[in-house]
Design a protein around this ligand. Structure first.
Ligand SMILES: Nc1ncnc2c1ncn2[C@@H]1O[C@H](COP(=O)(O)OP(=O)(O)OP(=O)(O)O)[C@@H](O)[C@H]1O
Ligand SMILES: Nc1ncnc2c1ncn2[C@@H]1O[C@H](COP(=O)(O)OP(=O)(O)OP(=O)(O)O)[C@@H](O)[C@H]1O
Ligand SMILES: [Mg+2]
Ligand SMILES: [Mg+2]
Lengths: 152, 171, 152, 171
């Protein structure tokens, strides 16, 4: 049981380090509170945003925390690949720069898997190959417009 | 394998039968607050997802059926189909396309006003939720591939012991 | 004790109805789960976004929920006025239209109180009288630029 | 009454002494993730706020002192001043301007590496936190006027019984 846990933890941590570095230009890692008895303690994240000192998750800003958490989601998805992904406003707390970094990572990954992202961010819409709009112009009924092929 | 088409009919805020062609690569969906974006995500989870109505933000499964809003007629059933491209046979079925359909139909029973029947179809042939689960077990639809609105916030606010459970589940 | 509770509840509910209607063009109210014994039950919100059917808070969309909650904050602030207010990214989940509605409500209120809002939304920045930018160009040190007077 | 000036010195990510003139009306603050926007909000709460360090997103009060980052020298104290326009005498002091200052200074004590002294000043004269609280009790700084990042999300996710407690507190 412990062996299996460490196998997963080490592999996930590898991917987490890669993903966070690619997204933010900084470094981050997963940390066990009790490395010898993992089930006695929890799991936290130590992140060093680009050009800053390393800090634990609670000391980061709102956007920095959500980028560190999103990187964990991407790392888990790399660990267990799937043919298609759906992200519903996962870029919510990010500024344009960080949302752009997430959009380019998705764009890169969209070569070998299908990505569908729901977003209000300009940076995400610009990077996509296809865009759909959902509206409720007629009261009480959702419609879909577009399927606009940007040939991006 | 990829999701080729999403068909919704009287599911949540979609009052009409709608077909959404999807493509490999990167697709973005946008629109105003309350327009129905997350309802599309719920439609995918409704077919693929776990059994609890809570996953698709509903109290009861019948809440997923178009309720007519202020001015229209409430529907009595809703239907969602996911059409997968299966050229690479990731789904163990001998066909280039696999359509998974789920239907909820309201049924008035004496003792239960919210009674309903739930139907599942694979390529238009009747099936069960277990058939869906077995069919998809090797396809990578592991639940980590669909991130609902609010998940990132929950992940940020998790206490360390909860976060560790993510690893426990993966092991 | 119950008397005092109802006095506050009724007055707050009045302001809540006004505020939500002004922000969204719909209707909303505060509802007690147990109106005769308020301390036995909780408080929920029933909102009818413009042109839609009335629903309880959990059935609304992410943006609709956050607008209904923000209206509660504004209603409490009307109930207990203060000389100045600070809002830190309270418009986070809102689309441009709703962020614009919140910005114009703040603009209206800024005649008789001071409002300081931290935001990434274009709609909020456009409506403000003054804008400050915070940057960390030099590593490890925040700077403030601007004080730009738009004379808005 | 309004907040006329905010002065920070070695508070959180502000390594230098900074003065921010503020105006009546509507001011917006913007900037990239992690640039220090919420730290400004914390600076205001540090002076006005409740006693717990958790309110200003710090484990211990000494975490509020500029830590030098990767390349600079950590400071040994931090200072924040709020300068209020008091022409309308909302604050019961006979002066057109009232400056509230709070300082935290690190002090190495044998048994406590994170020892600190906390100083309060009203118009540059030494005071206590209680003096601050008494002075502001009739000025409307009731805590509901400062909404920190994440509060709206917490409000949305509250269960009904928690939400009712908001009314209990107001009553
Ligand atoms: N004592 C300290 N010394 C130096 N830097 C600090 C200190 N405390 C916090 N910081 C830094 O301040 C930064 C956080 O700033 P803040 O939370 O104000 O960002 P923000 O502009 O609000 O960003 P967001 O848009 O993501 O919410 C962190 O990156 C952290 O490194
Ligand atoms: N059974 C139903 N019948 C009709 N309308 C429904 C039904 N269930 C939910 N809705 C409507 O769907 C709307 C919510 O849509 P959804 O959550 O998809 O919005 P969204 O586009 O994701 O918005 P946001 O940007 O705020 O997250 C609600 O306003 C609700 O009225
Ligand atoms: Mg949504
Ligand atoms: Mg912030």
């Amino acid at each position: 049981k412990k062996e299996k846990f460490f196998e997963v933890f080490d592999s996930l941590n590898e991917r987490y380090k890669e993903t966070y570095a690619a997204l933010s230009g900084g470094e981050a890692e997963l940390l066990l509170e009790n490395p010898s008895e993992p089930f006695e303690g929890g799991l936290t994240i130590k992140a060093r945003p680009k050009g800053k000192k390393a800090m634990r998750l609670p000391a980061l800003s709102g956007g920095e925390k959500s980028l560190a958490s999103l990187a964990l989601v991407f790392a888990i998805q790399k660990f267990l690949p799937s043919p298609f992904y759906v992200l519903d406003e996962a870029d919510m707390f990010l500024d344009n720069l960080n949302a752009g970094a997430v959009a380019s990572m998705i764009k890169e990954n969209s070569g070998h898997a299908q990505w569908i992202t729901i977003s209000l961010h300009e940076a995400m819409l610009k990077a996509a190959d296809h865009i759909y709009g959902v509206t409720m112009q007629e009261a009480d009924s959702s419609k879909i417009v577009g399927g606009v092929n940007l040939g991006g | 394998m990829y999701l080729k088409k999403l068909e919704v009919d009287k599911f949540k805020s979609f009052s009409k039968h709608l077909t959404v062609p999807l493509f490999p690569g990167f697709t973005a969906i946008t629109g105003p607050n309350g327009s129905g974006k997350s309802n599309l995500c719920d439609a995918i989870l409704f077919v693929l997802g776990p059994k609890s109505p809570k996953t698709v933000r509903a109290g009861r499964l019948t809440d997923l059926i178009y309720n007519g809003g202020r001015s229209k007629q409430a529907a009595s059933q809703c239907k969602v189909s996911l059409v997968f491209d299966n050229e690479d046979r990731t789904i163990p079925i001998e066909s280039g396309e696999v359509t998974l359909t789920r239907v909820i139909r309201k049924v008035k029973k004496e003792n239960d006003p919210d009674g309903y029947y739930s139907y599942f179809y694979i390529n238009d042939r009747s099936a069960s939720l277990n058939d869906f689960t077995n069919l998809l077990s090797n396809s990578g639809m592991n639940g980590y591939n669909i991130i609902q609105q609010g998940t990132i916030t929950r992940l940020v606010d998790m206490v360390p012991s909860e976060r560790r459970k993510l690893i426990d589940d993966l092991a």
